[in-house]
Design a binder for this molecule. Structure first.
Ligand code: ATP
Ligand code: MG
Length: 356
């Protein structure tokens, strides 16, 4: 074996080497952008709207890094069906969102992350309980050349010890954004599972931001940024390992936090404006069916159907259908036939959700 399988260093890494002037500058910029996002999030009255839409988008994109490709329309359409009918890609994306929710609840409740939590997150994503690797043979391969670029630790006990070290550093009270980049590198290098390491690691990133109170709700995700800069993602991870140069990798992640915070803030502002204008439009044009809850329902479910209204408001199908048709008449919804059923799409919202 070559140095591709060299032993991993334990955390913490040398912070004197990490905290270069460029890193500290970028750290401040990223913090600022993140703080603005955190400050704006409470402006949306119903948190479910935001969390659900943005987490699902992340789920889609993080899965796309792994070549699990589907569209937002496909996902939202599927959410109107029984889970048995989901296709595989949709299922993995929905699992990913479940895993974000579960992780969020753990962090809120316990204020720390344990190895068992990490295992649960991965298990939720890949839907099997293979757990931490016990069999040798896992290596990281360059997608294009098929060359083995890195052999992660192969021994179960070594992996457990490294995860233990990882969790201690993750939970300790030295807070900084650059620490998230270091943690992500280390987690991907431990590569504790047979599959789902990238996605689990990207969820651990958002949970870190929540744990350290950079955010209160899980609404910032780097996957769209990583997809756009995917070659750098792999190359810089590799560079940390090979040359022990941290700066470009850390700047890459900090820059991702900054860019994504700004983008997400814009998106939330747009959702908020759309929500307000829709409330107003329904109130004025359809006063007999107007309620805040009805409008929120079509924002929580960009694809809705009669059953959703029946279940939420306890009205009969005929009334529910009438509501949806009225919303269609004023051009807030548009319908789509799916088998025997009629789906109603919040077209304005879908457009916003498709924004980069
Ligand atoms: N050279 C490298 N060093 C460390 N980690 C790497 C390297 N190359 C890739 N990785 C990490 O490994 C992940 C892929 O591992 P795995 O297939 O287990 O995860 P996944 O969640 O199924 O995939 P993906 O991240 O592609 O969605 C990448 O996302 C990346 O985070
Ligand atoms: Mg994989």
């Amino acid at each position: 074996m070559t140095n591709k399988g060299a032993k991993l260093l334990l955390l913490p890494f040398d912070s004197v080497k990490i905290e270069t002037r460029a890193v500290l500058r970028k750290e401040a910029e990223a913090r600022q952008a993140l703080a603005e996002l955190k400050g704006f999030a409470p402006v949306i009255p119903n948190k479910n709207i935001l969390i659900s839409a943005i987490a699902l988008q992340e789920a889609k994109e993080s899965s796309a890094i792994e070549n699990i490709v589907t569209t937002q329309d496909e996902i939202y359409r599927s959410l109107t069906m029984t889970p048995f009918a989901y296709d595989l890609a949709v299922k993995e994306v929905i699992n990913y969102r479940e895993a974000i929710y579960a992780g969020f609840n753990i962090v809120k409740k316990r204020q720390l992350i344990r190895i068992s939590d990490i295992k649960n997150i991965q298990e939720t994503i890949v839907e099997n309980n293979a757990g931490i690797r016990r069999l040798p043979g896992t290596s990281l391969v360059n997608d294009t050349t098929r060359e083995v670029v890195y052999i992660p630790p192969q021994d179960y006990h070594e992996i457990r010890d490294l995860l233990d070290n990882f969790c201690r550093y993750y939970n300790n009270d030295e807070d900084s954004l650059w620490k998230m980049a270091v943690l992500h590198y280390q987690f991907e290098s431990i590569h504790p599972f047979y599959d789902g390491n990238g996605r689990t690691g990207r969820i651990l990133n958002i949970l870190y931001l929540l744990l350290k109170n950079y955010l209160d709700t899980p609404i910032l995700y780097l996957s769209s940024y990583i997809i756009k800069n995917k070659n750098d993602y792999y190359a810089l991870l590799q560079e940390v390992r090979k040359k022990r140069v941290y700066e470009p990798w850390i700047l890459y992640i900090l820059n991702g936090i900054e860019e994504t915070s700004k983008q997400t803030l814009k998106k939330i502002q747009t959702i908020k404006n759309l929500l307000e204008s829709t409330l107003e439009k329904v109130r004025v044009k359809c006063p007999r069916i107007y309620s805040k809850e009805l409008v929120e329902l079509i924002f929580e479910n960009p694809y809705s159907k009669i059953d959703f209204l029946v279940n939420k408001f306890g009205i009969n199908r005929k009334t529910a259908s009438k509501y949806l048709k009225e919303l269609e008449a004023i051009k807030i919804l548009s319908h789509l036939r799916a088998g025997k059923e009629m789906l109603y799409i919040n077209t304005g919202l879908m457009e916003v959700l498709k924004m980069p």
